[in-house]
Design a binder for this molecule. Structure first.
Ligand code: ZN
Length: 457
């Protein structure tokens, strides 16, 4: 068995690893590269392998940086089955249709600026391409050891990262390859904790927060409450760029849990992401995957997804109308790194105002607007306009859907004996720090994946 690294090898997006085992080629993840326009242009490049030669695709979870190039793979000739956890299979149409719409809009915008005779921009893929790709989906349950080819079996374990997220175990040729996918934090609301896996001959492990520990969740929740309080006193709005799956549900969960403590009923809360209401329905369908505490909250009052002052805005007009509210509104809008989506027009309105509070609740990749804001930019460019940033910025790290350094180390310590490992899905500083810790504690030298690197199991 061998693994070839083609994405999220030295960065945190574009997850894609090619496994050759039992005479077959199995691709793990097929994610979109996200970040700067230059980085995203790489999504248009040909795959570094013949897509038609891939026998099966296995998707760890529904985040777009893990699944966003699936339609491209099908367009390039991939005809095999796409295995994924059942809840992920339900999230995929929402994620990929949204991605296709963004791509179509982007191409259309670019074409409007082109002169007659200039070549026309093509979207990365269209909604029709997505429909085509989805016909190849094969949903599986957790812990349902499944033979994908004679001599090759996959098994999904709960990764506790978002609904349906999976750690992938791949057994072939007498060896076990474990791919962590993205690992969640222990104690993340709604979700169960990541399953501890004990055996691997080779481990591919994510390392997004390999050099950092999140704060205690209770401190984070207290801080969030204080930010909301201060925002209320200042009379401004609160903008939260949020990933449509995971973080958004967690925020609503906390609003419900802290309903009285935070006096949440005084706010107008907007969920300004058309994807979100669809994702809520998927969560509702899969509440059997929730942890016990979340199941209890779901049956209490108020229900996190049905807060009495929550408005789910669907149309663009409704979204724009939020801009007329100058205070007392909490606006949760995509996308999470402010690299596109409705959050941009809210930011354009609200960033110049001192009483605005921008709350980042997740990882901001290099090259994104979110990252520039987190890094303290005084001016940013949005929709072709220079925008002065006077708003307060807060990074609330403890809500991350990713395990922190301690979480990753604890998960790795669950293996016996300590397997050789390749660190993926992390920037170099994070990976080097994590590799150092693992070497010190377990005497195992981690390999840092590089694009094109080949590793024999
Ligand atoms: Zn993820």
């Amino acid at each position: 068995m061998q693994v070839n690294f083609h994405g999220a090898a030295g960065e945190v997006t574009g997850s894609m690893h090619l496994v050759e085992a039992a005479g077959k080629r199995i691709l793990l993840d097929c994610g979109l590269i996200q970040g700067s326009p230059e980085a995203e242009a790489r999504n248009f490049a040909a795959f570094p392998f013949d897509a038609a030669s891939i026998d099966a695709l296995v998707l760890s979870h529904g985040h777009i940086d893990h699944v966003g190039r699936v339609p491209r793979l099908v367009m390039a000739g991939f005809r095999g089955p796409i295995y994924t956890q059942r809840a992920t299979a339900d999230l995929l149409p929402i994620m990929l249709m949204d991605s296709a719409s963004l791509q179509e809009n982007e191409a259309e915008r670019s074409n409007r600026k082109r002169r007659p005779g200039q070549p026309r921009a093509m979207p990365l893929y269209t909604r029709d391409d997505v429909r085509e790709a989805l016909t190849q989906l094969r949903p599986l349950e957790y812990d349902a050891h499944t033979q994908v080819f004679p001599g090759a079996e996959i098994n999904f374990r709960d990764a506790g990262h978002i609904l349906g997220s999976a750690i992938v175990e791949l057994r072939a040729e007498g060896k076990t390859l474990v791919f962590s996918g993205d690992l969640g934090m222990k104690g993340t609301p709604i979700l169960r904790d990541p399953v501890s896996v004990h055996h691997a001959d080779l481990l591919l492990m994510e390392s997004t927060y390999g050099n950092r520990n999140h704060r205690e969740r209770s401190d984070t929740i207290q801080e969030l409450g204080e930010i909301l309080d201060a925002a209320w006193r200042d009379g401004g709005n609160v903008l939260i760029p949020a990933f449509a799956v995971g973080r958004t549900q967690e925020l609503l969960y906390w609003f419900a849990r802290q309903w009285n403590d935070w006096d949440m009923s005084r706010w107008r809360i907007f969920l300004d992401s058309p994807m979100a209401s669809k994702v809520v329905q998927v969560y509702d369908r899969h509440h059997a995957l929730f942890d016990a505490e979340a199941r209890a909250v779901w049956h209490g009052t108020p229900n996190p997804f049905r807060l009495p002052n929550l408005r789910v805005t669907e149309s663009a007009e409704e979204s724009m109308s939020i801009n007329r509210i100058h205070g007392g509104a909490i606006v949760i809008a995509g996308n999470g790194m402010a690299s596109g989506g409705r959050i941009l027009h809210h930011m354009r309105q609200c960033l110049p105002k001192r009483q605005t509070r921008i709350v980042f609740v997740g990882y901001q990749a290099e090259g994104t607007l979110g990252r520039r804001l987190v890094d303290g930019a005084r001016w940013v460019r949005i929709h072709g306009h220079d925008v002065r940033v006077n708003a307060h910025r807060h990074t609330v790290g403890g809500l991350s859907a990713h395990a922190d350094q301690q979480g990753l180390l604890d998960w790795y310590a669950g293996f016996s004996p300590s397997p050789p490992l390749v660190l993926v899905h992390g920037e170099d500083l994070a990976r080097e720090a994590l590799a150092g810790e693992i070497s010190e504690r377990h005497g195992v030298q981690a390999t840092l994946a590089r694009p094109g690197m080949l590793i024999e199991v």
